[in-house]
Design a protein. Sequence first.
Length: 312
Amino acid sequence: MNFSTLLPWAVFGGFACAAWAALNVVGGRRSRALERLDELRNPNLRLKGKDGEAQGGVGNMLEKAAPALSKALQPQSELEQNNLKVRLANAGFNSPHAGEIYLAIKFAALVVGLMVGSGIGLGIYGMNKNGLYSLVISAGMGFYLPELILTFLKYSRQERIFLTLPDALDLLVVCVEAGLGLDAGMRRVSEELADTAPDLCSEFSMCNFHLQMGRPRREVLHDLGIRSGVDDLKSLSAILIQADRFGASVAQALRVQSDSMRVKRSQLAEERAQKTSVKMIFPLVLFIFPGIFVVLVGPAAISMINNLLTVN
């Protein structure tokens, strides 16, 4: 690769860095008065301010440009919009503008894929069929990459919630049996397990926030199961709704659910342990057995070759 081949890429990188710096300068930090007004409209911004996240720069400009960028990819039916909201909520994105930002990121990734594919296709293959293939492949990878990342975040978050739910239920049972109500118990659990189970505690904190805003408990518990996407949490929400409707003991329902989930988690661990023997076959055949074969058969093969050479 000579200098003439590297020069276009260097120019492109320089322009990209200059554009990034210009966006950071233009989209600077907003005034404190406007930030206070935004905090009054959206209380979630106060939590971001406590964590030290700056509401400015490229992220602020992306949030402003999200409606325009996502307009071409907006779902047409209400069912598709609800499915997108549920998927984003399962991955942990509960912001009202999460759908627009996600679609804007998909559109931006598509444009970047087109630019990269066109650069590679024109620079290496030229205006032919291979250049068109590289353009289409790069655009497809840029368009579906956010989908793959969202799916990975969704399943990883659901697994973390599933693994930490029995311990949280045990602590919730202790809180309820000690005299606390369900709302106070969930608040206590979210405070105590904030470090070990942040995903589950964030869900409990959002439930407490909705209850403080005056929403009915049945709707809040139903939304908890839908928002998390975990089957065990959905069944827990259904049990709590039934206990609240018929006046049954909440502590007993929580204890039964906790015991069943602990049994399920132990069975899942045993299942994974039983699968390890089958999964170890392929590394043994590919990496261990050839080495053992060389160690055991190698000296005999050398002796046979030496004997044949001496005979001849």
